[in-house]
Design a binder for this molecule. Structure first.
Ligand code: SAM
Length: 285
């Protein structure tokens, strides 16, 4: 059988079922076997792995995952893809389960338990760009048995995930993602490997989920981070004291002092570890 990543095969399937791409659902399908293979390599998938995919499309990446992983659970929002996926995947690969639902509304915990038991699993996906951050936030905050997330996303967002302090791309999203994971920027992807071509550049990143997280009040931590970055050009003391917290400037000065952070620095120079210490010393908010 001809592999799905061949542009001629993709066109043939789409034509056969009269399928029209939905821009609103971020449907840009892969048509390059080399990239499909590189994504699965970056995720280090072996026959022992359980893999969750989000948005199989016509199943191009799903097929490669099925061949290289133990089991694949794939969640797709678009019911119109049912007959196509029946022909491309369900009829041919018996280690794949496709579940049709919006991943943001699905009961992930139950689905994972049902399909993977208590085993650890990896996420591999070419994500719909309009919901990249909500999907990743949900995955890492949901307290799942998650080992890593390897995803194709907008290059600009990938840069923000991986950014180091004192760079333009560094912001609250970088601190948030790096709190939960070690980020690896895998590779950049040209728009020519998609049908249709997206208007933005893409990249693949891997988030290796940390086994142990600092035992802190996360809500407070993220509030302090967001406040710090709310006025990028201001000093950290000014950004925090004008954010609207119910605290005095002196209390914030004291928290910075105790945390060994010069109040004249800007948030974008603070490491994730410094934000953690600051949030511990910060007054109750
Ligand atoms: N994996 C395929 C590929 O690489 O060719 C398709 C990737 S395409 C960028 C994104 C896929 O995610 C589409 O199939 C789209 O219908 C699906 N999708 C969009 N929003 C979704 C959501 N909220 N939940 C689940 N799937 C979604």
């Amino acid at each position: 059988m001809e592999r799905l990543f061949k542009p001629s095969r993709v066109s043939e399937i789409l034509r056969k079922y009269g399928f029209r791409f939905s821009k609103a659902l971020g449907q840009n399908f892969l048509i390059d076997g080399n990239i499909v293979s590189k994504i699965v390599d970056a995720a280090e998938i072996t026959k022992d792995d359980y893999v969750l995919e989000i948005g199989p499309g016509i199943g191009t990446l799903t097929e490669e995952l099925s061949l290289r992983a133990k089991k694949v659970l794939s969640i797709e929002i678009d019911n119109r893809l049912k007959p196509l996926l029946q022909e491309t995947i369900i009829d041919n690969y018996d280690n794949v389960v496709i579940h049709f639902e919006d991943v943001l509304k699905s009961d992930l915990k139950s689905l994972i338990k049902e399909n993977f038991g208590d085993n650890k699993f990896k996420v591999v996906a070419n994500l719909p760009y309009y919901v990249t951050t909500p999907i990743i936030t949900r995955l890492i905050e949901d307290d799942l048995n998650l080992e890593s997330i390897t995803v194709m996303i907008q290059k600009e967002v990938a840069n923000r995930f991986a950014a180091k302090p004192s760079t333009k791309a560094y912001g609250s999203l970088s601190v948030f993602i790096q709190f939960y994971s070690d980020v690896v920027y895998d590779f950049t992807v040209p728009s020519t490997v998609f049908m249709p071509k997206p208007n933005v550049d893409s990249a693949v990143v891997t988030l290796k989920i940390k086994d142990e997280l600092p035992d802190i009040n996360r809500e407070k931590f993220f509030k302090v981070v967001r406040a710090g970055f709310s006025k990028r050009r201001k000093t950290i003391i000014n950004a925090l004291s004008t954010y609207g917290f119910d605290t005095t400037k002196d209390e914030i000065k004291e928290a910075l002092l105790v945390s060994n952070i010069d109040e004249k620095r800007r948030a974008e120079t603070l490491t994730s570890e410094e934000f953690i210490v600051l949030s511990i010393n910060f007054p109750e908010i």
